[in-house]
Design a binder for this molecule. Structure first.
Ligand code: AMP
Ligand code: TRP
Length: 326
């Protein structure tokens, strides 16, 4: 069985875009892969975090993984900082990386704004990500296309080490989410739905109450034509809503066009509210059940133990190949 590794940062509540773009795949992959899903808290501290909030977000994201169907009997779910191998391997890989290649990372350029005071952690963020992946001899990494450059760096580092020393790492493949899985903001369909946008009606969080879901969808930007037709370029608003409708209901876009022929956006939106509320209700229910339970802590501790056992073997091999330690 091929091994899968992926991680999500514990920053803010996850939204419909995260679910349809990432988490839904995590759940599907666990049927025929050995999956390891991580809450990458050490990546989160590359920008300032309030300690209490960070702790709470870690447990939120872990609960959301489980609420949407990641099954701890099939997959390993754990918190990055609970396995020391991530930090250890990250340092070793830092010593194999070039400042030039890290300077070219677009995420670093976007987040550091060319400032002298940009945190060094932001600069070495992709090396820690490479360590996450290589620590588990990962074959496949499901991520958004925004992570492509980081995955390529990870592959470069693995290949560089393998070529200059004994073969040490499995060179992983990225598994990129389809463009169709890109969910756009409800208030501005030219932007990606994101955790950080100021307007809460731009996104549907996985834990939103039905009344909030209704408000956000009914307010969603469309166009003045009033015809339900998929045309991403000229009708990005209704096309985004149709996309969401289609993935949540399993109906094709052309079936939706037929079903809503002669009807208005109001009717379409009302039905989409119902479908979205019904799709998210079980997640909210499960979340309430698990978030404050002892089970959650037990699952994460067990996950860290299982992940730690794999990581220890990799670290021993890497240290041996680098001549580190006794
Ligand atoms: P982030 O929210 O950026 O930490 O991303 C976590 C995961 O969700 C990544 O795999 C992203 O590619 C995916 N993701 C984030 N926003 C969206 C979106 N609007 N549509 C589809 N996938 C998304
Ligand atoms: N950088 C990824 C993101 O922002 C999160 C991440 C950290 C990750 N380590 C990883 C994803 C390892 C996949 C594999 O989405």
């Amino acid at each position: 069985m091929k091994r899968v590794f992926s991680g999500v940062q514990p920053t803010g509540n996850l939204h419909l875009g995260n679910y349809l773009g990432a988490l839904k795949q995590f759940v599907e992959l666990q049927e025929d892969h050995e999956c390891i899903y991580c809450i990458v808290d050490m990546h989160a501290i590359t920008v300032p975090q309030d300690p209490k909030e960070l702790k709470s977000h870690i447990l939120d994201v872990a609960s959301l993984y489980l609420s949407v169907g990641v099954d701890p009997k099939k997959s390993i779910v754990f918190v990055q900082s609970d396995v020391p191998g991530h930090a250890e391997l990250s340092w070793i890989l830092t010593c194999c990386s070039y400042t030039g290649e890290l300077s070219r990372m677009t995420q670093f350029k976007a987040k550091s704004h060319n400032k002298e005071s940009a945190p060094t952690g932001l600069f070495t963020y992709p090396v820690l990500m490479a360590a996450d992946i290589l620590l588990y001899d990962t074959d496949v990494v499901p991520v958004g296309t925004d992570q492509r450059q980081h995955i390529e760096l990870c592959r470069d580092l693995a290949t560089r080490v393998n070529n200059t020393r004994k073969k040490t790492f499995v060179v992983p493949e990225g598994r990129y989410l389809k463009e169709g899985a890109r969910i756009m903001a409800l208030d501005d369909p030219t932007q990606k739905m994101s955790k950080s946008a100021e307007n809460i009606h731009s996104r549907i969080s996985l834990l939103d109450e039905p009344s909030k879901i209704k408000k956000s969808i009914m307010k969603a930007t469309t166009d003045s034509e009033g015809i339900i037709r998929f045309d991403q370029e000229n009708k990005p608003g209704i096309s985004n809503l149709m996309n969401i409708y289609s993935v949540l209901s399993g109906k094709s876009l052309s079936d939706l066009e037929k079903e809503y022929e002669g009807k208005g956006y109001g009717d379409f939106k009302k039905d989409l509210v119902e479908i979205t509320v019904d799709a998210l209700a079980p997640f909210r229910e499960k979340f309430e059940e698990i978030r404050y339970s002892e089970d959650l802590i037990r699952i994460l501790k067990d996950g860290a133990e299982r992940a730690g056992a794999i990581a220890e073997k990799t670290i021993a091999r890497v240290k041996e190949n680098f001549g580190l330690g006794l």
